[in-house]
Design a protein around this ligand. Structure first.
Ligand code: GDP
Ligand code: ZN
Length: 303
């Protein structure tokens, strides 16, 4: 029987089976041995074949090939952690403040998504908090680069209909630093979820699995009285987003404004884009075609 992985840790997964039943599943034997180079063998959004047993549980027999997956490097284990599988869009939530605005976190998520060929957009939550000049500059720059930036307030509901209209019928991977308001947003569009919100320390008690496990939610909601459906894979609270599979030399390929400069420097692909004369990337920075803000993010990623 086919099933959709909703959440799970290393060995036990909640799977929505096609007969309408949600079952706790374990992996049969070593069938997924090829996955051991990953931090987790499966992620929310994966499709699997399961064999139900007589006790209402099931065994996972095989994993279907993925359309794509969104991952980060898990620094504790030095292995890629698959955050979500089979996604249409990565959504990076950020805030003008509380927690402090960290554009580098956002740029890292954008680069990771681009490297895995997944479209990405930005959601600025808490727009009831006044945005600094720096926040406005980054937002304008992302828009100039053709990233969608949605401005919302999970508290007041402002901007949420426009965002939901863009997410209808998609499977969306929701990322962002802890505290940006992911749970508040989800509760707002699907009150039945009743997710815990608030201070990170209060939300996750030490040693609990909740911090390392994402969850697939099937959401039915309304935009201006019209029903819409969407799937959201909420990712665990992450402090630092470490890139997986993005080579230092390849990082510029995932900055749309740098991509076309790669290979055009005098020293070709061996250019470090830091001090060389006749470096096309530095030329574009000086000409204002590549913003200093984004060049700094690129430096941060490659150093
Ligand atoms: P998560 O860690 O990303 O799931 O964040 P939470 O949903 O737990 O929210 C963290 C804190 O931000 C909570 O105290 C929320 O009440 C607060 N918060 C969420 N949305 C908003 C908003 O739109 N405006 C303001 N001012 N605070 C918000
Ligand atoms: Zn260069």
């Amino acid at each position: 029987m086919r099933g959709l992985v909703l959440r799970g840790t290393n060995n036990i997964f909640n799977v929505a089976c096609e007969d309408g039943t949600e079952r706790l599943c374990t992996i049969k034997g070593k069938i997924l041995e090829q996955e051991t180079k990953y931090h987790n063998p499966m992620a929310p959004g994966d499709f699997v074949q399961v064999e139900p047993d007589a006790h209402g549980e099931a065994r996972i027999l095989s994993l279907e090939p993925r359309k794509n997956f969104f991952a980060r490097l898990n620094e504790k284990t030095s292995t890629p952690q698959i955050l979500a599988a089979n996604v249409d869009l990565v959504l990076c939530m950020t805030t003008p403040d509380t927690p402090p605005f960290r554009p580098i976190f956002v740029d890292r998520v954008l680069v990771q998504a681009a490297s895995q060929n997944i479209p990405a957009c930005i959601v600025m939550n808490k727009i009831d908090i006044v945005a600094s000049e720096k926040v406005r500059e980054h937002t304008a720059e992302w828009r100039r680069l053709k990233y969608s930036v949605f401005e919302i307030s999970a508290h007041s509901g402002e901007g949420i209909p426009e965002l939901l209209a863009a997410l209808a019928n998609k499977t969306v991977c929701l990322t962002g630093q802890s505290g940006v308001g992911k749970s508040s947003f989800l509760n707002g569009i699907a009150p039945d979820l009743k997710l815990m919100t608030g201070e990170v320390s209060a939300k996750y008690n030490k040693g609990s699995h909740t911090t390392t496990c994402g969850t697939f939610y099937r959401i039915k909601t309304y935009v201006n009285d019209s029903p819409i459906s969407l799937n959201i894979i909420d990712t665990p609270g992450i402090k630092n987003f470490s890139l997986y599979g993005v080579d230092k030399d390849a990082a510029a390929l995932y900055f749309p404004e740098m991509e076309t400069a790669v290979g055009k420097c005098k020293f070709g692909l061996s250019c470090s884009h830091k001090s060389e004369k006749s470096c096309e990337i530095l030329r574009r920075v000086q000409a204002g075609e590549i913003s200093r803000l984004r060049y700094e993010s690129w430096l941060n990623i490659t150093e």
